[in-house]
Each structure stands twice: as structure tokens, then as C-alpha cells.
Unconditional design. Structure first.
Length: 230
């Protein structure tokens, strides 16, 4: 744990120096064409640290459910540890019970397939309060570690919504392409709130991640924290 803490501080110190050297801004991304994704770029974590859960609300806010729903403001700049992202499924077991979670690293690991989890009998599925129809008890989940460029604090952005999963997939795709050009750097992103007009639900807010720079890679990984608040 001490080694991890030192790594966090080291990254924050390097970023602060980088900002000073470039007039208070992180080094901007170059406008080179995306390179093909190299599967061999997987950077597996050697250390683990707990991260603060970060989610996106239907009101368009990034919030921390384990910190009294404290908001992380839109525009916050974070280092994206894309190669330590995890994916899989979570099964809710009712109020007061801890969920079952089956996840693994996306890059270098093997996230489970839905067909491997059981619970295939739709007649035994719980009834959704929203649709009134049987609902799969296993829900897809993705988790991405994000590191504050100011303090080195680790947040774990977690999502199970369709729009959230799509946003994370886009984030990881762009990050891996960037790594193909410069494997020793990690992307720096800004939290953004986007949206679209849905013909049934009206304006739907969605999370977005704006690429604004790059930062040196470090051996930091966020723990496989439960999607449900502890």
C-alpha cells in the first residue's frame, strides 16, 4: 500500500511540474491520425488501491455515492487509467444483500460472457418495476480508474446504463489508439455532460469525456470495487 501511495504522489508531482513547464496547462494532445489498436499494449497493474466510486446521474451530474453524493464538477481534469478498466456483470440479490459480481480486466484479462453466469430461465427472473416484464438479474457493468491531476486521488467511474457503457467504450477505444502511438503516456480527460433528444423520454443526459492532454504512466490500479455502495 505504501508503494501505491508513493506512485500516486509521484504522478501528481509530475503533472504539477508539467503544468508549470507549460504555463499551467497539461501537455496538449497532438492531432495525429489514430493508429491501429495494439493488443500487446496491455499494462497490467502490480499494485492495488481503493478508489472512490464515481457515477453519472440522470440529472447530468458526476457524483460520489459513498461520499454523501458529493459532486465532482464538470470540467474536472483526470488521468484515465484506461488499461486497468474492468468489465463484467453484477447480480442484485435484494435489499440488504451484497450483490454478486463477476468482472475482470478488459485489456489483458477475460471479462465473463453472460452465457457463463447461469440464471437462464426467464420465468425465474424478477419483474421490472419500470416495464412490468421479466428482467435479467445480471447487468453489464464497466469500471474505469480516473486519477486527479491535482491530488492523485483515485476515482472509479462505474456505469451500467446503455449510454454510460457506450461512453466508456468510446473512452477506452480512443485511449488505446493514443497508447498505440505513445505507450508511456496516459490520456488526461475532462468530465463533460452531454445529451440527446429521445422521442419518448425527452432530453436524456449522458456522460462524456473530453481528451485534453497526456500524462506519464504509473503503476496504479483501482481495486475491483462493488458497483453497489458499501
Amino acid at each position: 500500500m505504501e508503494t501505491t501511495a508513493k506512485a500516486v504522489r509521484a504522478t501528481a508531482d509530475v503533472l504539477r511540474q508539467q503544468q508549470q513547464d507549460h504555463g499551467g496547462a497539461v501537455v496538449p494532445l497532438t492531432k495525429t491520425a489514430p493508429a491501429a489498436v495494439n493488443d500487446g499494449l496491455s499494462y497490467l497493474a502490480k499494485h492495488a488501491s481503493s478508489g472512490t466510486i464515481l457515477r453519472f446521474s440522470k440529472e447530468g451530474k458526476f457524483y460520489q455515492p459513498t461520499q454523501g453524493d458529493a459532486e465532482l464538477p464538470e470540467g474536472t481534469e483526470l488521468v484515465c487509467h484506461w488499461d486497468q478498466a474492468r468489465a463484467g456483470f453484477q447480480r442484485f440479490n435484494g435489499k440488504g444483500e451484497r450483490p454478486d459480481i463477476r468482472i475482470d480486466l478488459i485489456f489483458g484479462g477475460k471479462p465473463p460472457e453472460r452465457s457463463e453466469l447461469g440464471d437462464d430461465d426467464t420465468s425465474q427472473w424478477p419483474i421490472s418495476d419500470l416495464s412490468g416484464k421479466p428482467e435479467d438479474p445480471w447487468r453489464e457493468v464497466q469500471m474505469v480508474p480516473l486519477e486527479s491531476i491535482e491530488t492523485g486521488e483515485i476515482f472509479v467511474f462505474q456505469t451500467m446504463s446503455v449510454t454510460g457503457l457506450r461512453a466508456v467504450a468510446n473512452l477506452l477505444r480512443q485511449s488505446s489508439r493514443m497508447a498505440a502511438k505513445d505507450p508511456e503516456q496516459l490520456p488526461v480527460i475532462k468530465l463533460r455532460a452531454g445529451g440527446f433528444d429521445h422521442r419518448k423520454f425527452g432530453w436524456v443526459r449522458v456522460p462524456a469525456f473530453e481528451f485534453v492532454g497526456r500524462a506519464p504512466k504509473t503503476n496504479i490500479a483501482a481495486a475491483a470495487t462493488s458497483v453497489a455502495a458499501d
